[in-house]
Design a protein around this ligand. Structure first.
Ligand SMILES: Cc1ncc(C[n+]2csc(CCOP(=O)(O)OP(=O)(O)O)c2C)c(N)n1
Ligand SMILES: [Mg+2]
Length: 469
């Protein structure tokens, strides 16, 4: 429950601060409020997230105040006090939500109370999943460059956010991803052949070749099919969480989204619906510094995404996304809170997108090679976990070499098989929207069939399976 306490504590910061100020019967000047907030953050740092915790206890208590209910404003929904000072709330009120971490850059545990104490088997699975994802990205990225698939998006640098969160969830928790979360599926053992089949859009693809590459989906893996329009998955996730709450099925919903997606109207609607309807949903923001070429400095003026949580009446936490154990701890705690209290939680995982946005992008046009190199060489989630494992005697160079060879082979075998398969029959694109095909869709399908039959020399029909009917 240590991880539970850190989240509760961090997200009660502003309430604690207000309660401290109320206790001293003062109306906060911004400076005083900022000082108070900083002292709370310092207390938090000192006592440690799981340590003895006066701040947390105070925060959870209603503020002891001589102000009676009669003295307070009675506006509907109001929970504040009166002031006779004309003061605007400054956006720079406090230093910012701190970044929770467990591992240092050398793979050492900073505070033993925060060590999730995962078994060797689990840590190995984490490492295998992160590196497999990394190797798969290299193979598929290169295959796009060679013209074998149409498009690809790598996950470089964000492996810690995927695997740390996936490992903390129950396998049946429902995932609504954005598009850069293949690691969740990797953890859930989505078959390697399926990754390949989907990117090739071949006849063995569970999505029947109807989606762009990387738009995976699997009912069996409780992973809703990716759709490209940003943030549309977020209100959908809230709706699913509301249904889960009503069904009392003991599962929660998680939705992933980027720093860019968080500016979409859908993100705000999702936050507010989740908070007001008390939905068991985890909002997991991968803040990787960029939305294609737009840096976060142009994306928002506030303190990132985490600070929006209290604005919507939602708990929030910021975590080092390159620290797989820290991500694991916060997601586990968020899941427990979601289900125990039927409330949403917002996680902002700080990370860095090492690759280009997609194969349609060239990031050298808007960021320096040195910036990218820093994250690749000095603060990489995989390197950090490897150092931890080496320290424990669980990993060494020999094992690394053997695993790299084995995993690359596994990927290349699946890749070669996928490439051999034909595309699904063209008629598949007209099916599965309606249980029974309506006449207008059937008419369109027949027109396409006649067109292709007439102009077959102009189409690579040999790459497609023949339609049956
Ligand atoms: C509604 C909508 N607007 C614009 C786009 C084009 N687009 C695709 S990805 C992207 C950037 C998203 O950035 P972010 O959410 O930070 O995710 P990241 O790519 O960094 O993982 C944009 C603008 C889109 N897909 N949908
Ligand atoms: Mg981004």
């Amino acid at each position: 429950m240590a991880s539970h306490r850190i989240s509760v504590k961090l997200c009660q910061l502003s309430r604690t601060c207000s309660s401290k100020l109320l206790q001293s019967k003062c109306i906060p000047s911004q400076k005083r409020f900022a000082r108070c907030m900083n002292s709370v953050i310092q207390d938090t740092k000192k006592s440690g997230p799981g340590g003895p915790d006066a701040v947390l206890t105070d925060a959870l208590k209603p503020p002891a105040s001589s102000v009676t209910d009669e003295d307070r404003p009675h506006f509907p929904g109001s929970r504040s006090s009166w002031t006779e000072k004309l003061e605007f709330v400054e956006p720079t009120l406090y230093d910012g939500v701190p970044v929770y971490r467990v591992l240092n850059r050398e793979g050492g545990i900073l505070d033993s109370t925060q060590d999730p104490n995962l078994s060797e088997e689990t840590v190995l699975k984490m490492y295998h999943s992160m590196t497999l994802l990394n190797t798969m990205d290299r193979v598929l990225y290169d295959s796009q460059r060679q013209g074998r698939i149409s498009f690809y998006m790598t996950n470089y640098g964000e492996e810690g956010t995927h695997i740390g969160s996936a490992a903390a969830l129950d396998l049946k928790d429902l995932v609504f991803g954005q598009y850069r979360e293949a690691g969740i599926l990797m953890w859930r053992e989505f078959p390697m052949e399926q990754f390949m089949n989907q990117c090739y859009g071949n006849s063995a693809d569970w999505g029947k070749g109807r989606q762009m590459p990387v738009h995976y989906g699997s009912t069996e893996h409780h992973f809703v099919t990716i759709s490209s329009p940003l943030a549309t998955q977020m209100p959908q996730a809230v709706g699913a969480a509301y249904a889960y709450k009503r069904a009392r099925n003991g599962q929660c919903v998680i939705t992933y989204f980027g720093d860019g997606a968080s500016s979409e109207g859908d993100a705000h609607a999702a936050f507010n619906f989740a908070a007001t309807l008390d939905c068991p949903v985890i909002f997991f923001c991968r803040n990787n510094g960029y939305a294609i070429s737009t840096p976060t400095s142009e994306q928002y003026r506030g303190d990132g995404i985490a600070c929006r949580g209290p604005g919507y009446g939602m708990r929030a936490i910021r975590v080092d996304g390159n620290d797989v154990f820290a991500v694991y701890n916060v997601t586990k705690a968020a899941r427990e809170m979601c289900l125990a209290e039927m409330r949403p939680v917002l996680i902002e995982a700080m990370t860095y997108r090492i690759g280009h946005h997609s194969t349609s992008d060239d990031s050298s046009a808007y960021r320096s090679v040195d910036e990218v190199r820093y994250w690749d060489k000095h603060d990489h989630p995989i390197g950090r976990l490897r150092k931890y494992m080496v320290k424990r005697g669980w990993w060494d160079d020999k094992k690394e070499q053997a695993w790299m060879k084995e995993s690359k082979q596994m990927i290349l075998t699946a890749f070669a098989q996928a490439e051999k398969l034909k595309k699904p029959p063209i008629t598949e694109s007209f099916k599965d929207v309606y249980a029974e095909m309506p006449p207008h869709i059937r008419r369109q399908m027949n027109e396409v069939k006649q067109h292709i039959a007439k102009y077959k020399d102009h189409y690579p029909i040999e790459n497609f399976e023949e339609w049956k009917e």
